[in-house]
Design a binder for this molecule. Structure first.
Ligand code: COA
Length: 204
C-alpha cells in the first residue's frame, strides 16, 4: 500500500522524520496505557520499530491538515484474519478520525488485502475504542486478559470480530470465486445449492 485518502485523512507509510511527533503523541500516557505494546515513557529509539513496516503488516501514519495525528493498521494472522490496531493523539480525540481511518483500513483489508475477517480488542476501561469498533460493525466474542507494557500489568480486554461482508468485492477475485459467481448467476432465483448438489428453497 502506498497511500489511502479519506474525506479528511491521508493514510501513508510512516517516515523516519515522524519519530519526534510519534513519541510526543503515542508516548502520551493517555494513549500508551490503552495499547498493549507502546511503552510509557517512550523514547525515539524505542519508537523506531513502529515507524518500520514488517512483512504481513499494514501500518499507516494518519495525516490530518498536514500533521501526523495517529496510526492505524493490521497484521495478518496465519488464519487469514487481520488484527486491527489504532490510536489518535489526544489533541484530536472526538473528531471521528479513528472511525474514519479504521473504516478505510478495514475496507482495504477486505478488498486489497483479501482478509476473511478482522479481530481486535480493547481494554475494559477504554469506552471510546469500544465505540469505534462497534461503529465499524465489530461484535464482542469474548473476554481475556492481556499484558499492558505501559501499565506493567495484566489488564482485562474484550475481544471483537468482524467477518468479511458477503457483498465486499475483492480487488483480485480468485478464479474459483469467479466460477462460483457465474454459477450463482445461472442458478434459478430463490433457490440455493446444497452441499449434496440438490437444490433447496432459500431460507426466508
Ligand atoms: C480510542 C481512540 C483511537 C478514539 O479516537 P477518536 O478519533 O477520538 O475516535 P472517534 O472520534 O472516531 O470515536 C470515538 C467515539 O467514542 C466516544 N467516546 C469518547 N469518549 C468516551 C467516553 N469516555 N465514554 C463513552 N464514549 C466515549 C465518542 O463520543 C465517539 O463515539 P460517537 O461517534 O458515537 O459519539 C483514541 O481515544 C485513542 O487513541 N485512545 C488511546 C489509544 C487507544 O485506545 N487505541 C485503541 C486501542 S484498542
Amino acid at each position: 500500500m502506498t497511500e489511502l485518502h479519506t474525506e479528511r485523512l491521508c493514510l501513508r507509510l510512516f517516515r523516519a522524520d515522524d519519530a519526534r511527533a510519534f513519541v510526543a503523541l503515542a508516548g502520551d500516557p493517555a494513549v500508551a496505557r490503552m495499547t498493549s505494546d507502546i511503552p510509557n515513557p517512550l523514547t525515539e529509539a524505542e519508537a523506531a520499530p513502529w515507524l518500520r513496516r514488517e512483512s504481513g503488516e499494514v501500518r499507516c501514519a494518519l495525516e490530518y491538515q498536514g500533521r501526523l495525528v495517529g496510526g492505524a493498521g493490521y497484521f495478518r494472522r496465519p488464519s487469514g484474519a487481520g488484527e486491527l490496531g489504532f490510536w489518535i493523539g489526544r489533541p484530536w480525540w472526538g473528531l471521528g478520525l479513528a472511525t474514519e481511518a479504521t473504516r478505510a483500513i478495514v475496507r482495504y483489508g477486505f478488498t486489497e488485502g483479501e482478509l476473511q475477517a478482522f479481530s481486535s480488542s480493547h481494554f475494559t476501561d477504554n469506552t471510546s475504542s469500544e465505540r469505534v469498533l462497534r461503529k465499524l460493525g465489530f461484535h464482542p466474542i469474548g473476554r481475556a486478559a492481556m499484558w499492558c507494557v505501559a501499565r506493567r500489568s495484566m489488564v482485562d480486554v474484550v475481544e471483537y470480530w468482524l467477518a468479511r461482508p458477503a457483498n465486499e468485492k475483492r480487488a483480485r477475485e480468485p478464479a474459483a470465486g469467479r466460477w462460483r459467481a457465474l454459477l450463482d448467476k445461472m442458478r434459478r432465483p430463490g433457490t440455493t445449492q446444497s452441499a449434496t448438489g440438490r437444490e433447496s428453497r432459500r431460507e426466508p
